[in-house]
Design a protein around this ligand. Structure first.
Ligand SMILES: Cc1ncc(COP(=O)(O)O)c(C=O)c1O
Length: 365
């Protein structure tokens, strides 16, 4: 994969977003959609007008395709991928499958969504919560570990992953990984990691927009009952039978909820397909090259393989710098002191040079 090849083979499939005039380096935030996403959503909508209730076959097919593609991406079976509208919804489904007041161990680098949910559960007395530093994470006895494999603010890859999984297993604690900054940009094999749960979504690297998220449930937990349930989790969902006690669908379908959103899979299919077509290994190799190139132009951090997709400039005026860049037509973002800059395979070298030049000048002021 090089710029000439991408220009000829991939960029034409992104003509709508590439028609913008700015240099877009917020690919770690809202990923850029392929043109086809709009056609797919349109097709799913057209079926509603044309077929009314008959559109459900197409809509369910879209959901199953999304599960299958996501499963391939992360090395698991399709039935273990449970569509959710957010990563947080996935975490709540897991918390609501646990009895009593479980002890949850998490890191100090979790994204606001999961962090907020855990602290609200703590304050309502539903969990007891221990927070360990991401960098020097220390496992301690608990019922559930919740940790990101790539930190959203710094981009740092969680350095203790295999050790924490091993210790959790030995202590019979469950592990839930937040792979939102990992899936689609850094190779990931959840099956090989043998974790219990993971949450991720299409908003960023998978180019599927908001709402197309998922919870991975290891097959050994398919039979576990979560209170976050609904009639799509029933056995023979459209038979309208009401056996008592309630009976659940087989496999990960037992973790489904009520009537799902039907357009979000269509919004996300094209992005997932392109990711699998190009291959995460190749996408990552290209990303590492781009980050290394940025590093030659800019005194930034996170260019190596021990970080995810973006580089950061740690600066007390990071938010101000990001605003100033935006005024000059370069889109980045800032989280606290971290200015996040994320190139992707739609960015040219020339764009990286322009952004770096601007940033050098602005940060020196
Ligand atoms: C690490 C991480 N997890 C989760 C999310 C999104 O969470 P949710 O889907 O609950 O809004 C983000 C979004 O930026 C994130 O960076």
């Amino acid at each position: 994969m090089n710029e000439g090849w991408l220009k000829a083979n991939v960029w034409p499939r992104f003509s709508r977003v590439l028609g913008r005039r700015d240099v877009y380096l917020a690919n770690h935030s809202l990923g850029r959609a392929p043109d086809r996403a709009a056609d797919d959503v349109r097709m799913a909508l057209d079926a509603w007008y044309r077929e009314l209730g008959g559109a459900w076959d197409l809509w369910m097919d879209g959901r199953e395709r999304l599960r299958g593609l996501t499963a391939r991406l992360v090395g698991v079976e399709a039935r273990s991928i449970v569509p959710k509208t957010s990563a947080g919804q996935g975490l709540r489904a897991v918390l609501n499958s646990m009895d009593g007041r479980p002890r949850v161990l998490t890191s100090d680098a979790e994204f606001d969504s999961l962090d907020f949910i855990l602290r609200v559960y703590r304050d309502r007395g539903r969990v007891s919560l221990k927070v360990s530093p991401f960098e020097s994470f220390a496992f301690e006895p608990c019922e559930l570990v919740v940790v990101s494999t790539v930190a959203f603010r710094s981009g740092r890859v969680f350095p203790h992953l295999t050790e924490v999984i091993r210790k959790a297993k030995a202590a019979k604690a469950l592990v839930l990984l937040d792979v939102y900054h990992h899936a689609g940009i850094v190779p990931l094999d959840l099956g090989a990691l043998d974790v219990d749960f993971a949450v991720g979504g299409s908003y960023k690297y998978l180019r599927g927009g908001p709402g197309a998220c998922w919870l991975y449930v290891h097959p050994r937990h398919h039979g576990r009952v979560t209170l976050d349930t609904g009639w799509f989790a029933k056995k023979d969902v459209f038979s309208y039978l009401r056996p008592d006690p309630p009976q659940f669908a087989p496999g990960g379908d037992a973790w489904l909820e009520s009537t799902p959103p039907v357009l979000t899979p269509f919004q996300a299919l094209a992005g997932l397909e392109i990711t699998l077509e190009l291959g995460v290994e190749r996408i990552r190799a290209y990303n590492l090259e781009q980050k290394a190139y940025l590093r030659t132009l800019l005194d930034c951090e996170g260019a190596g393989a021990d970080h995810g997709a973006f580089v950061t400039l740690v600066h007390p005026r990071a938010v101000e710098l990001s605003d100033a860049l935006q005024k000059e037509g370069v889109t980045t973002d800032a989280r606290g002191d971290y200015l996040r800059i994320c190139p992707d395979y739609l960015n040219s070298r020339e764009e990286l040079e322009r952004a770096a030049r601007l940033l050098q000048n602005l940060s020196a002021r």
